[in-house]
Design a protein around this ligand. Structure first.
Ligand SMILES: Nc1ncnc2c1ncn2[C@@H]1O[C@H](COP(=O)(O)OP(=O)(O)O)[C@@H](O)[C@H]1O
Ligand SMILES: O=c1ccn([C@@H]2O[C@H](COP(=O)(O)O)[C@@H](O)[C@H]2O)c(=O)[nH]1
Length: 211
């Protein structure tokens, strides 16, 4: 077993396929040892705000996240200590009351739109991925997903996309592509990129000098 866990960052725009790539890697290592930390679960708690106020939040800006807590939790997992991961409720737009107890593992996947935006997060990562999918495909997927899974209407999705999702993507997410070691076109369908990642992770895990 490696001394220091391998930390993998998986960034990319909303609905680019980050979760699909994460799941594909998770499936390979799940019996071995992998933990997934979703940046979305670290949205700031908005329990003190009314539902109407929460609708005004810009969820695509870096300041929407409790990045201090996210960094603290990754440090804790790297030190092979457990964490209580927050849970986020996309329908209520705030943190849920329960937490998930997460044990430390050999592979830590940190997945989220803006995980390459903060230098402190980047510095913790051994491998940085950017999932790159065209904006037209992403908005179609978002339309389908948010109506089905996140309690949204077509009008609210279009309004949010034009006012925050698109401009924040261009301002904060797209520029982080330059920090990626690997750019993955088409996300979860890219079997070659996923195989390469799996091979690389195995190599790091098997390397004795990984301290
Ligand atoms: N290659 C694909 N073709 C069609 N739909 C996809 C594809 N990849 C992902 N999706 C769908 O798009 C939505 C977002 O995918 P997901 O992997 O969760 O992206 P992200 O985590 O980047 O938001 C999901 O509903 C998923 O089922
Ligand atoms: O309360 C919330 C929290 C987030 N969002 C939107 O979610 C996406 C990020 O999720 P992905 O799985 O990466 O698509 C982000 O674009 C936020 O706008 C939200 O609408 N409400």
């Amino acid at each position: 077993m490696a001394n220091r866990p391998v930390v993998i960052g998986i960034a990319g725009g909303s609905c680019s396929g980050k979760t699909s790539v994460t799941r594909a890697i998770y499936e390979v290592f799940k019996d071995h040892s992998v933990v997934v930390i979703e940046q979305d679960y670290y949205y700031k708690d908005q329990g003190h705000m009314s539902f109407e106020e929460r609708l005004q939040t810009n969820y695509d800006h870096p300041l929407a996240f409790d990045t201090e807590l996210l960094i603290e939790h990754i440090h804790t997992l790297i030190e092979r200590q457990p964490i209580d991961k927050p849970v986020y409720d996309y329908v209520q737009h705030t943190r849920a009351s329960d937490v998930i107890h997460v044990a430390p593992k050999d592979v830590i996947i940190v997945e989220g739109m803006l995980v390459l935006e903060d230098e402190r997060l980047r510095d913790l990562m051994d491998i940085k991925l950017f999932v790159d999918t065209d904006a037209d495909l992403r908005i179609i997927r978002r339309m389908q997903r948010d109506i089905k899974e996140r309690g949204r209407t077509t009008e609210s999705i279009i309004e949010q996309y034009l006012t925050t999702v698109r401009p924040m993507h261009n301002m904060f997410i797209e520029p982080t592509k330059r920090y990626a070691d690997v750019i993955v076109p088409e996300g979860g369908d890219n079997g070659v990129a996923i195989d390469l990642m799996v091979t690389k992770i195995k190599t790091i895990l098997e390397t004795e000098s990984n301290v």
